[in-house]
Design a protein around this ligand. Structure first.
Ligand SMILES: [Zn+2]
Length: 275
């Protein structure tokens, strides 16, 4: 489907697969409606494997990101910063400012600043530090500045300190659940090799395509499942009692105060799939 005035969604995660896990449903709904999506991994993903060397893994993960890009019909940038070593440097900030300006997003999604992974925290800092600066022409003068600061929202997480995640937007992603699993399956090195290793599940490694899909789905449902119950009130406010009580898998988003305000008008425009 195409639309004459497509929205532009930019999801900025620290690693190849962060965007898919936290916003792969919204991205799928955007694509179904003919809107544009770009995923960015701020690091090259070279650290997440128990056997492959960092340089081998970086190539594998670039290829996995490419397969998500063709599956979804989206752009997917994997930046060259080293996985597990990301710092919110000026150089990295300027690279993101240039990237955001060139893409001209209506909505940016990224991690919150409190998160277990140092690369997620650094990514959040980088995006927050790029906000507003994207409209300042003397900063990164070689790429024309935006006139309007985009709306920025945080991806969900379950951390409580210093402040728990507080979404104002929830999206039912069950209609595109298979599409999310399809994206996860592209990241073979992560969901079928590294993840079972980190969970000490070597003996239950998926052995064939059906077992792989079941493994990815089970992980996603466990990972995402608690969100719907945690934000049930907001889901019912959004979707009404009848549908809202039954929704099982959602993606949730919290406005970042450094972007343009996520007003009710902006919410209706940027999340056109909501009732
Ligand atoms: Zn990550």
């Amino acid at each position: 489907m195409t639309t004459s005035n497509p929205l532009r969604l930019l999801v900025i995660g620290a690693h190849p697969d962060d965007c898919e896990l936290k916003a792969g449903g919204l991205a799928s709904l955007y694509r179904e409606a003919g809107h544009q999506v770009k995923y960015v991994s701020v690091t090259n993903g070279e650290a997440g494997h128990q056997q492959l060397s960092p340089s081998e893994l970086a190539k594998v993960r670039r290829a996995e990101a490419d397969s998500v890009a063709s599956l979804m019909g989206i752009e997917y940038d994997v930046l060259g910063n080293r996985d597990g070593q990301l710092q919110p440097t000026l150089e990295a900030r300027f690279e993101l400012i240039g990237l955001i300006r060139r893409y001209q997003p209506d909505l940016i999604l990224t991690h919150r600043p409190n998160d277990y992974h140092p690369d997620h925290r650094a990514t959040s800092t980088l995006v927050c530090d790029a906000a507003y600066m994207v409209i300042v022409p003397h900063i990164v003068p070689e790429v024309p500045a935006l006139r309007v600061n985009p709306v920025i929202a945080y991806l969900s997480d379950h951390f409580h300190r210093p402040r728990p995640f507080h979404p104002t937007v929830v999206v039912d992603v069950e209609p595109v659940l298979e599409r999310i699993i399809d994206q996860m399956e592209c990241h073979r090195s992560q969901f079928f090799e590294w993840l079972p290793y980190t969970l000490c599940q070597e003996d239950t490694f998926p052995r064939d395509a059906a077992a792989e899909r079941a493994y990815a789905r089970e992980f996603y449902e466990q990972f995402n499942g608690p969100l719907a119950d945690r934000y049930r009130e907001l889901i019912i406010d959004t979707y009404g009692k009848k549908r809202g009580r039954k929704i099982r898998w959602i993606e949730a988003f919290e406005p970042c105060e450094y972007g343009s305000p996520l007003t009710e008008e902006a919410r209706d425009r940027l999340f056109p799939m909501l009732p």
